[in-house]
Design a protein around this ligand. Structure first.
Ligand code: ARG
Length: 573
């Protein structure tokens, strides 16, 4: 199915072209977008403002010329010029009803497939081995996974790659810590915690003890040179860390196509750096090898340290080249916290110098603020993710016990799992990733606010309307009756349903899952006013079935939308 935005935008471009054949329209954004306020129609275009400058005409005159000179698209009832020169589109009710009929038959609920034949590599989560996962990795996992799912639904071939930090300087410190401090018992019962403890202790030692630090460096060099004993330890750290990470990914419902750590690219580093030298992109400076990025207005980037070691930038350059060669992607998307912005700007700039044309995107997010006492924090932003998830499930269980006392304890637990994990994810995904947010349990678990439980609850309630219909009218099939949009609130609801495909496309294109969250919250609210203002089961035959069908479509949309955010939708809450 073609989304309404696509349909109207295509018409809009053709219309402007027809009325102003001589103008170079490529310079102006001609998109039609959904209106926020229904008094300005269902969709709107503000291109006349942009065109006004180009054509040296008044925006209103430009808009009016289109209205007067071009036949309206089939789906449009009225096209009006408003305000400074906006074009407001009002859709035909019958057309809307027809479109909604189509949505019911469409498994994809109107989501188009612009991604077919296109590849995106998603680099997210990417924690560091033998170092604690911090809140940034959790956000990266949740946000990255939502962007991943959005692209998959749009037809892209997505390669989700967990780019572990498995080759950093931490391993020297780690090896020293392990040899001196490890407690075998603790390593068995909670390996990652023990590795963290050992790491931290060794790190503290290295800060006050020069000899320790030097020994750690020596161990690192030995590891890099392939010393079997250190390599064995390194492998052990990776194995233990991955086991622990996998538990978390399992609980979050996240899976990767590739799990290539930084070490995967070791063999390529020297060649890539040599290439930079050969093409005079990099030069020596005080023993180090650097790329000057004045042209890009960026500080210089060190790609090889003065001790000859390759750094994070070198690894990322090698990674880009390897990914391009192996997968020929259209874009590579990195999801990390805001502190890596400069790093990626530099890496991307160097890639451009090397002639890499793949689209490179850094999707960054701010760090989430955790009010004191919210989580068992160890230090700074480091939290025990497992405990956070446990706590979410426990708090959700208390709610489920209250809302559904009749459920069996196992069922309650299962629902609480979906609600608790959903709440954590949604608290993150419903925010603009780049704004500073503070997490609170009250907000994340609110049954009456913009939260996962609210949406999951709405979903379950809608499912029960359908159950009731089946009970009252056994054997009747509502789809034998057409969709009718007579009441204003029904029309409003239909417009929301029709916008799902566009909201998915928009969230993916902007790498902003919160656009989809906003959409779902709005849909649930419109549904709730629909539910409150018109009768369902008591309505006359035909109207009743049409309403039950609208309910089913809202349920389908909520389910698909929440699943795109990685959130489950239990049938009952
Ligand atoms: N391991 C890094 C960190 O924890 C994130 C890696 C992001 N991906 C990349 N290709 N640099 O900060």
């Amino acid at each position: 199915m073609m989304t309404v935005v696509n349909e109207l935008s295509t018409w809009m471009s053709a219309a402007f072209q027809q009325v102003y054949p001589a103008a170079d329209l490529s310079q102006v954004k001609l998109d039609v977008v959904p209106t926020a306020d229904e008094q300005f129609g269902d969709y709107q275009c503000n291109a006349a403002m942009g065109l006004a400058r180009l054509l040296k005409m008044k925006p209103r005159d430009i808009a009016q010329a289109v209205v007067d000179g071009v036949a309206k698209p089939d789906c449009v009832e009225r096209l009006e010029v408003a305000g400074a020169g906006f074009l407001n589109f009002y859709l035909k009710a019958e057309w809307l009803a027809q479109y909604v009929e189509g949505l019911q038959k469409d498994e994809r609920m109107g989501v188009s497939s612009p991604g077919v034949g296109r590849t995106v590599i998603m680099d997210y989560s990417s924690p560091n081995i033998a170092k604690p996962m911090h809140i940034g990795h959790i956000r990266s996992t949740v946000i990255g996974n939502a962007i991943d799912r959005l692209h998959r639904l749009l037809g892209y071939r997505v390669i989700a790659d967990n780019h572990f930090g498995d080759w950093g300087t931490q391993f020297g410190i780690m090896i020293m810590g392990y040899r001196n401090f490890v407690n075998a018992e603790a390593l068995k019962t909670s390996p990652i915690e023990e590795l963290e403890r050992v790491y931290r202790e060794s790190y503290e030692q290295s800060q006050k003890d020069e000899a320790w630090l030097n020994q750690a460096r020596t161990e690192l060099v030995k590891l890099q040179a392939g010393d079997p004993e250190n390599l064995a330890l390194w492998n052990k750290f990776i194995e233990l860390s991955k086991l622990e990470f996998d538990k978390i990914y399992g609980r979050l419902g996240v899976r990767f196509d590739l799990e290539r750590g930084e070490s995967f690219y070791n063999g390529r580093l020297a060649g890539v750096i040599q290439g930079l030298i050969d093409r005079t992109i990099a030069e020596e400076s005080e023993g180090a090898l650097v790329v000057r990025l004045e042209e890009e207005k960026l500080p210089l980037s060190i790609v090889r340290k003065s001790d000859g070691g390759f750094n994070y930038a070198a690894t990322d350059l090698a990674t880009v080249l390897s990914r391009v060669e192996e997968f020929n992607p259209e874009s590579i998307v990195y999801v990390t916290d805001e502190r890596q912005q400069l790093h990626f700007r530099q890496v991307f700039a160097i890639c451009r110098r090397m002639g890499v044309t793949v689209r490179l995107e850094h999707v960054w997010f701010g760090l989430m603020r955790l009010p004191e006492g919210t989580f068992s924090t160890r230090q700074g932003n480091v939290i025990k993710l497992e405990r956070l998830l446990d706590e979410a499930e426990a708090r959700a269980l208390a709610i489920v016990k209250e809302t559904s006392p009749e459920m069996s304890p196992e069922q309650q637990k299962e629902v609480a799992r979906a609600v608790g994990i959903g709440a954590i994810k949604y608290a993150d995904l419903s925010q603009n990733p780049q704004s500073m947010i503070t997490f609170t349990w009250e907000k994340a678990l609110a049954l009456d606010g913009n939260s996962a439980p609210y949406l999951q609850y709405a979903y379950a309630r809608i499912a029960s309307v359908q159950d009731k219909y089946r009970e009252r009218f056994p054997g009747k099939d509502p789809s034998a009756y057409p969709i009718r949009l007579t009441e204003p609130v029904e029309r409003k609801l239909a417009i929301r349903l029709v916008r799902f495909g566009d909201s998915v496309a928009q969230a993916a294109a902007a790498y902003r899952p919160n656009y989809l969250a906003d959409y779902l919250y709005d849909l649930a609210q419109v549904y709730s006013s629909f539910y409150q203002t018109v009768p369902f089961l008591k309505a006359e035959e035909g109207v009743r079935e049409s309403r039950v069908r609208l309910c089913a479509l809202v349920a389908k949309t909520l389910r698909m939308g929440l699943n795109l955010l990685g959130i489950e939708t239990p049938e009952r809450i």
